[in-house]
Design a protein around this ligand. Structure first.
Ligand code: SF4
Ligand code: SF4
Length: 176
């Protein structure tokens, strides 16, 4: 397999994310509008619900996006990431498929800090649909996640399990 650089891979990741966003947009008109939400961020801060796991490359993209934030905000978010890992003991979790946490990337008054730059695929897919029949088919997310998995393999020459987002971006991850 011919490897590609992390920089090129992050550009391809961006394309995958944009294509996936376009696919999901065809369903989103059936969901409640986030612009008029009376509980903005409830989806991201629900410590019993959020279970976003990401790949090494997605973690790198998020780290890059955070590095562009103004210093004060970046330091605040870095602190929150560490606190999230500690509070929910996320670095001790054995089965990451069931672990949940309040996402440290949600900033009150701003929203998701990586919304336009590095939003994870499950977050792009998420919206408040009143009927399960209105949801985008799971196959769309599965297909996009498979593309990202292949991209990680082309970048790092191996397959690695997804890691809980706060751990993946905290520097405490085993993804190397
Ligand atoms: S996804 Fe739902 S809870 Fe989250 S901001 Fe949008 S409408 Fe509100
Ligand atoms: S990454 Fe963004 S959209 Fe996803 S849970 Fe965190 S704040 Fe919400």
């Amino acid at each position: 397999m011919k490897l590609i650089s992390e920089t090129i891979a992050i550009n391809i990741l961006d394309q995958i994310r944009h294509e996936f966003r376009d696919e999901i947009a065809e369903f989103e008109h059936r969901a409640a509008s986030c612009d008029t939400c009376t509980t903005p961020g409830a989806c991201c801060l629900d410590a019993h619900f959020v279970n976003v796991r990401i790949s090494r490359l997605e973690a790198k993209a998020i780290r890059n996006a955070l590095s562009e934030l103004p210093n004060e905000l970046r330091e605040k978010v870095e602190k929150r990431i560490g606190e999230t890992v500690s509070t929910y003991k996320l670095d001790e979790v054995i089965d990451t498929s069931t672990a949940t946490y309040a996402c440290p990337l949600f900033e009150k008054g701003v929203g998701c800090l990586v919304h336009t730059t590095a939003k994870p695929l499950p977050c792009i897919a998420h919206a408040c649909y009143s009927s399960p029949n209105d949801l985008p088919p799971d196959e769309l997310l599965d297909a996009a996640e498979t593309k990202v998995e292949r991209l990680n393999e082309r970048t790092y020459a191996r397959s690695q399990p997804l890691v809980l987002l706060p751990v993946a971006i905290s520097g405490r991850s085993s993804m190397r």
